[in-house]
Design a binder for this molecule. Structure first.
Ligand SMILES: [Zn+2]
Length: 109
């Protein structure tokens, strides 16, 4: 396998994993419908807070899938692993830690 194949495999695995998490978490972000006679106000607030967190996680995962798709396009174009700002190669350790990263350490800020 070439480096490109290795990254493609990693990105596709990460994409599948993220999609699966999205699917599993689907119920958690469903509208909160609690029976007020059974639960107190506090637990309803807890439920709303949990829903808020679930939604934030869902948005993060959806954004990650988009970033992965972009990384796959960049991979096919031969641009993957190069900083979008300075065009230098991004350190491999940085890519291993976050395969959708777009900049090198120097350009990160
Ligand atoms: Zn750079």
């Amino acid at each position: 396998m070439t480096d490109s194949d290795v990254w493609k495999t990693r990105l596709l695995a990460l994409r599948a994993e993220t999609l699966q998490s999205l699917h599993i978490a689907k119920d958690a972000s469903a509208p909160v419908a609690l029976d007020q006679t059974l639960v107190g106000r506090l637990s309803r607030m807890d439920a709303l807070q949990q829903q808020e967190m679930a939604l934030a996680t869902k948005r993060r995962r959806q954004a990650l899938i988009q970033q992965i798709d972009q990384a796959l396009v960049r991979l096919d174009a031969g641009d993957f692993g190069f900083c979008i700002k300075c065009d230098e190669a991004i350190a491999e350790a940085r890519l291993v830690f976050n395969p959708v990263v777009l900049t090198c350490v120097s350009c990160a800020d």
